[in-house]
Structures are given as C-alpha cells and as structure tokens.
Ligand binder design. Structure first.
Ligand code: UDP
Ligand code: MG
Length: 313
C-alpha cells in the first residue's frame, strides 16, 4: 500500500479551496488510499484563503498547511510543500481546478506501473486568453530548442512523482526555481498521460505578465547557456557586417563620386551596434542577477505558521 502527499499552492483562491478539497478527497477515496496528506501552502494571500484552510484543517487531520510570511511566488510555494511532503508519492496541483483533481487517479495508476514521474500533458486548454496560449506555446518551443535537458511541452507542474525524485529536487540549492525543468533533469523513469485543462473554477489568473516573464527567464537561464553564447554570435555577425561595410566604403571612395552621403549608413550601423551591445549586456545582467541571488543564499521562502511540527523547528 502506497501513500500520497498532495501539494497545493494558494494565492488568493478563497472561492476555489472548498470545491477543490471535496474533489481531491473524493478522488483519494476512489483510489482507496488511507495514508495521505493534503498540504496547502498559503503564498501570502490577501483574502480569506488561510482561514478557510485552517477551518478545514480543524476538521480533517489529513490537512496540513504552511502559511508563508509573504508572497514568495508560485514556484517557491510549491517548493515549500515539496520540502515537507512526507509520503511515498507526491502530487503537485493548482488550486483553481484548471487541473481536474480526478486526473490524480490516472496519474497515480500510471505511477504504479513502475514510473518515477508521470506528468499531465494538456491536450486542450480552456478559458485562457489567446495571448497567454500563444506566448506559452512559443516559450516552450523555444525552451525545448535551447535546453540541454528535454523539458516536456504543454505541461505545467501538474504531475505525480515518487518521494525519491521529490527529495532530489529538494536538495537542489538553486534559488530561481523552474520545477518542471528540475524534475525532468533528475532522470529516472518518466512518462506522461494526457488530459483536458479546464477553465478556472473561480477568480482570475495569479500570473501577471511580469511574473510570466520572470518565470520564462528563470526557465531559460536555468537550462541553457545559449543566450550567453548568443552575444558571441551577434558579435561575429556585426563584425562581418562591418567588413562588408568597409569594402563598400572603400569602393565608393575610390570608384565613385558620391562618397560624402554616408550619414544614413553611419546611423544605421551605429544604432545596430548600440542595440546589440545593449542586448548582450542585458543577457549578462539576467544571468548575473541570478548568480547574485544564489550567492546571497537567502531561503526560498519563510514560514509564518504551520500545523506540521517539523516546520517549526
Ligand atoms: N500561485 C501562488 N503564488 C503566486 C501565483 C500563483 O501560489 O504568486 C498559485 C495559484 O494560487 C494557483 C497556482 O499557483 O494555485 C497557479 O496559478 P494560476 O492559476 O494563477 O496560473 P495560470 O494557471 O494562470 O498559469
Ligand atoms: Mg490557473
């Protein structure tokens, strides 16, 4: 008989928590699991999420909560849950019911066939804006091309894994987490099942464009050094263009009479090189900032309150 931890990050999800809890409970009953825990991580919600969680916890000893001291972001909230998940298998699921809790049964059964990770791949995504779908699609295609670790397309963090994989990821000290990539990186025996991603049950997305951009940069910088190499290639390319310009200038100077009209080409070259230099400095900055985050060694999250005894130590 196996046991299960379910990790749910919560940021202003007051309208979803009860429905989510009911459906997860039902699913776990269907799998005939008695040894399980549902860990809610309150990521600095401003609504009544934490009091709803606490009242559920008062009536059900399977419910654990970790109340963070402020909003640390989705990935850090999930990480907090992973760190304190004690059971043999671990599920990560969003709170907004976009990932149907019933799919956990399929994930669990697949894992029991002898896998270490089963991720849920989205066949369709409902109720999301076209620009979110478009940016997500191209980001993952781009990342797949760049990354040295194959990161599955069309997946979020909705997945099940053995605690062995969970512990491996917990022992990675890197500060800017990209968990779906880190889990893929661990290796072991990984597979997937397909599901239909639903629209949010209630509320709106908690991923602003600023958060999405940071997340995308975390993913790229954690799994590829290509952007750093890009500056070298852009340098070569600019140099090549400069050689061409040099030959052209010489030709115009020696064989024609309109060599003074060089202003526009000069401006174009200047702007082009200036632009490339700024891009390269920006790329270096993105990586450097992340190095700094790691050197500072601050914890990825701070706990304010919890009903898990180890958290308080
Ligand atoms: N979330 C969080 N902290 C944040 C943003 C989001 O814990 O800073 C949680 C949120 O409550 C939800 C999950 O992460 O359970 C996924 O967020 P959301 O549904 O807003 O993202 P989307 O599905 O739109 O990508
Ligand atoms: Mg969502």
């Amino acid at each position: 008989m196996q046991s299960l931890s379910v990790i749910i990050p919560i940021f202003n999800e007051e309208e979803n928590i009860r429905a989510l809890y009911e459906r997860i409970n039902q699913t776990i009953t269907n799998i005939h699991l008695t040894d399980f825990e549902i860990i809610f991580i309150n990521d600095g919600s401003k609504d009544s999420s934490i009091s709803i969680i606490k009242s559920l916890a008062a009536n059900d000893s399977h419910i654990k909560y970790i109340d963070l001291s402020r909003n640390f972001g989705h990935q850090n909230a999930v990480f907090a849950g992973m760190k304190y998940a004690k059971k043999e298998t671990v599920v990560i699921i969003d709170a907004d019911l976009q990932d149907p809790p019933e799919v956990i049964e399929t994930l669990y059964q697949k894992l029991m066939e002898g896998y270490d990770v089963v991720y849920a791949q989205r066949m369709t995504r409902k109720g999301e804006s076209w620009h979110k779908l478009l940016t997500a699609k191209y980001f993952y295609l781009f990342l797949e091309k760049l990354s040295d670790t194959p990161i599955p397309l069309d997946t979020g963090d909705f997945r099940i894994m053995t605690n062995k994989v969970n512990q491996t990821v917990c022992n990675m000290p890197e500060r800017n987490k990209f968990l779906r990539g880190q889990i893929a990186w661990t290796g072991f025996n990984q597979t997937y099942i397909e599901y239909e991603r639903q629209a949010r049950f209630s509320g709106t997305t908690k991923y602003s464009y600023a958060k999405m951009f940071k997340f995308a940069m975390d993913g790229i910088s954690a799994f590829s050094n290509f952007p750093l190499k890009l500056s070298t290639w852009m340098g070569f390319f600019t140099a090549l263009v400069a050689v061409g310009m040099f030959i052209y200038t010489l030709y115009v100077r020696l064989f024609t009479n309109d060599f003074i009209k060089g202003w526009s080409s000069l401006m174009v070259t200047l702007l082009f090189i200036g632009g490339i230099q700024l891009i390269c400095i920006g790329i270096l900055g993105e990586y450097l900032g992340r190095v700094l985050d790691n050197v500072r060694g601050r914890p990825p999250f701070v706990v304010k309150d919890s009903n898990i005894s180890e958290v308080k130590e």
